[in-house]
Design a protein around this ligand. Sequence first.
Ligand code: TMP
Ligand code: ASP
Length: 236
Amino acid sequence: MQKGELLYTGKAKSVYATDSADFVIIAYRNDTSAFDGKKVEQLDRKGMVNNKFNAFIMDKLAAAGIPTHHERLLNDTDSLVKHLQMIPLECVVRNFAAGSLVRRLGVEEGMSLTPPTFELFLKNDALGDPMVNESHAVSFGWATTEQIAQMRELTFRVNEVLSALFLAGDMLLVDFKLEFGVFKGQIVLGDEFSPDGCRLWDRETRRKLDKDRFRQGLGGVVEAYEEVAQRLGVSL
Ligand code: TMP
Ligand code: ASP
């Protein structure tokens, strides 16, 4: 598959055209951002780690019957994916309270959430990715009621599959964010799943193994991602 023109540059990934209108190439960069792009640094190896980590997770999700955009790894930092029409919403499931939920509701970090929560955020850095509800999404035309129902259902299924996978590596899947798109009329999981877009804690010590290490200046960011990969058996 030929890497064509640059179509889009995100905060951590770039998207390139291919010789087929149905496929694009995602290139994972070392750029690491937080707070809607206000804090940005280059972290050695992060692009490679996230590319391979994401491919491993997407393959697990596909095996569990979840439709994903992932086709195959092309090299250390690039993957071939289906070209989705992205829905500008972020779907977040939380199993334990952390991050913006703690700030918003004043609850204690680590509180178990049973059943897990489901939230929608508008993908808009200039507005700070505000939380929105289904009514907003439908009224503003970001997604239909049916698409939101499917995204919610798929996000909870992803939570079941991945909570079990991480638990087998002695990790808690605290929360995560997914983005979906439409491919030939179907809702398909897009974007990436990596420690950049989820929270993972060691089950015993609750040591943070995700991008909170970067957000909070704890250091050892990529080393933590590599530890997660190693615990799951991802070959880097
Ligand atoms: P939050 O606590 O900041 O709302 O984030 C919840 C989870 O979703 C956390 O794992 C980080 C992830 N997330 C992103 O990766 N990007 C985003 O833009 C948002 C809003 C959340
Ligand atoms: N909103 C995400 C974060 O705070 C991603 C980003 O802003 O770069 O980490």
